[in-house]
Design a binder for this molecule. Structure first.
Ligand SMILES: Cc1cc2nc3c(=O)[nH]c(=O)nc-3n(C[C@H](O)[C@H](O)[C@H](O)COP(=O)(O)OP(=O)(O)OC[C@H]3O[C@@H](n4cnc5c(N)ncnc54)[C@H](O)[C@@H]3O)c2cc1C
Length: 297
């Protein structure tokens, strides 16, 4: 039996495994190899790894974990969880049943691509979610923001640190008059109508076709599609969740334990605020440490 099984072996899961492996706890990491930022050419903001392809960062991390004999990395999907603290069972998609004293859930979230031709194709290059991740490279250029609700106002307040050329696309949202007045005060044009297609021209550039009015070209488009957890294991366990404007996240306490004793969680699956590689790694490390400390005699 393992001390800990980690479900999801990307930034959060591997950071948890590193702490546990260094504490010489037996740990198995199950992973299907689909990190959320796999569409991005480069990852930004992680100290020591800035501007590297995200898959290279993960490959290097896996190589470093090979030093630790107590860590086993398995390329497989966790399909179900049963049991309770000190006696969890995880069934994998190859029919194997694995046992552990503790679990860490770090299976991330999946962005739901809207049904707009060109959106999925541009995701991660010409269409991105986060200015901290991709803003520096396109600072001073013409940015577009697809309005997704009241939370988009935060983006409007953030973006001037990178550019003073922003166009908001209402995309069918009813932007209230007071917010429109604020946008006008900031000299930010609002384009009404629904986005019907996004054409890319290599690099970051995107041209948006709308159901009314002329096409509008921007140098980069920021968008926040709804997301959902990448697996539903928490649902079958009945773990407590919280609603956010873009999707649900798992609730954890200050020791990163979920509502079920012995199950910890980390990364985007738990993070409604500024999800990033740095926060996922930090949360994963803390989940690993707290899971280990919970097993001390
Ligand atoms: C386009 C884009 C660009 C981004 N750029 C940046 C950036 O530049 N800098 C930055 O800091 N952040 C960036 N991010 C955010 C970053 O991708 C996430 O914050 C980070 O990947 C979260 O790590 P995680 O370990 O929580 O989840 P993920 O990286 O999403 O990993 C979850 C892992 O769990 C696996 N998994 C899922 N279900 C199962 C299952 N049932 N069994 C086993 N394994 C499973 C998946 O295959 C995946 O490997 C970007 C995000 C996007 C969408």
């Amino acid at each position: 039996m393992d001390d800990v099984i980690i479900i999801g072996g990307s930034f959060a899961g591997l950071a948890a495994a590193l702490q546990l492996g260094r504490a010489r706890r037996k740990v198995t990491v199950l992973d299907t190899g689909l990190p959320r930022n796999r569409f991005a050419g480069r990852s930004h903001g992680l100290l020591g790894h800035d501007h590297k392809p995200p898959l290279d960062i993960l490959a290097e991390a896996r190589q470093q974990l090979a030093r630790y004999p107590a860590i086993t990395l398995v390329n497989t999907r966790a399909d179900s969880i049963s049991g309770g603290i000190d006696d969890f069972s995880v069934l994998t998609d190859n029919g194997e049943s694995l046992g552990a004293h503790r679990l860490i859930l770090s299976y991330g979230i999946t962005d739901q691509m809207p049904d707009v031709p060109g959106f999925a194709e541009g995701w991660g290059t010409s269409i991105v979610p986060c200015p901290y991740c991709d803003g520096f490279e396109v600072a001073g250029q013409h940015w577009g923001l697809v309005w997704s609700g009241p939370q988009s106002q935060n983006q409007v307040r953030l973006f001037p640190d990178w550019t003073d050329r922003l166009t908001v696309f209402a995309d069918g949202h009813d932007i209230p008059p007071d917010i429109r007045a604020d946008l006008a005060r900031r000299n930010i044009p609002v384009v009404d109508g629904r986005i019907t297609e996004i054409a890319r021209h290599g690099g970051h550039n995107a041209t948006l076709k709308l159901n009314v009015g002329p096409d509008v070209a921007v140098d980069i488009l920021f968008a926040h599609p709804r997301n959902k957890p990448s697996a539903n294991l928490h649902e079958s366990l009945g773990l407590a969740t919280a609603n956010t404007p873009l999707g649900i996240v798992l609730k954890v306490d200050e020791r990163r334990e979920t509502s079920m004793p012995g199950i910890y969680a980390a990364g985007d699956l738990t993070n409604p605020l500024i999800p990033s590689v740095t926060t996922a790694s930090w949360q994963g490390a803390m989940a690993g440490i707290f899971a280990q400390q919970s097993m001390l005699a």
